[in-house]
Unconditional design. Structure first.
Length: 321
């Protein structure tokens, strides 16, 4: 079986939910027209990676408070009842109209009046409905100021017309137990969502492919100073340093596709805003599993056991009337 994947290495509209949703729907349609059955977006594409947090981490920093409130306001709230009429309605409609599966990184606001966010990865099926919602288990370093820790409910691999799809966010790829939880569900296509792609991230992507004997579709953000609202420039300069901002290209992309033997099917693509497509042969995974299957003949369940709690946890508060 072959399937075509598309990575949207295009800039979002930072802190502008309506415009980002419009762009996302356009990109989904364009990717489908190019033959894709799976369309992938980077980490927190909706509605920006809050890079300012790394430089505005002081106690009661008023600038950080200002941007946190703005990010909350421009972050989508999802329908967890199975419906399709929520803040992602334009993307759901585009997926349904095109008949494609979409994996989208977003800042998720769990309720309209919540003061917290999750770094989430949603998988939307070709009927427009949610197949899976994964919340990043542990935000990295100063990210903990912005995002609440997620839970295990989204550690799911789901059946799609494109193949069996799972996904993780950024440094979750350095967590052996998290990786094994997905390997054990026999991923064919793994979505790796990143904000940027330094060497450590490309190494992690290739390693995951080699270890899991699956295709790894890595989506990295591309973002220039022209894409930043003028009033956000100083906050980004404080967060990631003046050199990155003054260079004009803040996030350089680097999206790629790694094959189940760890080789590049599509080498990292830097410095270009475009949709990257690749056709993959899923049977390649099964040829490579002759030598290594970390959740099958190479596992030792008599020695190692992993228990994963996949209950959804929100506030932890139970009200009894």
């Amino acid at each position: 079986m072959t399937t075509t994947v598309a990575i949207v290495q295009q800039p979002p509209a930072l802190l502008d939910l309506d415009e980002s949703l419009r762009r996302a729907a356009v990109h989904v349609t364009a990717a489908a027209e190019a033959g894709a059955t799976l369309v992938v977006f980077p980490e927190t594409w909706l509605t920006c990676y809050p890079a300012w947090v790394f430089g505005l981490a002081g106690w009661r920093d008023t600038t950080a408070q200002q941007w946190h409130a703005r990010l909350l306001e421009q972050s989508p709230v999802l329908d967890h009842t199975g419906g399709v009429d929520d803040d992602l309605a334009p993307v759901r409609a585009a997926a349904r109209d095109a008949g494609v599966t979409v994996v989208l990184g977003l800042n998720e606001r769990p309720a309209r009046t919540s003061g917290s966010l999750y770094n989430s990865l949603i998988t939307i099926g070709p009927d427009g409905r949610t197949l899976n919602l994964h919340r990043k288990l542990t935000p990295t370093h100063t990210e903990r100021i912005v995002w609440a820790p997620g839970d295990g409910a989204g550690l799911q691999v789901v059946e799609t017309p494109a193949g069996r799809v799972g996904g993780l966010i950024c440094w979750e790829h350095f967590s052996p137990l998290t990786r094994q939880a997905l390997h054990a569900q026999n991923e064919e296509l793994h979505v790796a969502a990143w904000p940027d792609m330094p060497d450590s991230h490309t190494i992690a992507a290739r390693s995951y492919a080699l270890e899991g004997r699956c295709f790894v579709v890595s989506a990295g953000q591309i973002l220039s100073t022209d894409d930043l609202p003028d009033d956000l420039l100083d906050a980004y300069r404080a967060g990631i340093g003046p050199d990155a901002v003054d260079s004009g290209l803040i996030f350089t992309g680097g999206s790629s596709v790694a094959a189940p033997d760890g080789s590049w099917l599509v080498e990292p693509v830097f410095d270009e805003a475009r949709i990257i497509t690749a056709t993959v042969e899923l049977d390649h995974r099964y040829r490579e599993s002759l030598d290594l299957d970390v959740a099958g003949h190479y596992a030792r369940p008599d020695v190692f056991q992993l228990s994963v709690d996949r209950r959804r946890r929100d506030t932890g508060v139970t009200f009894t009337d």
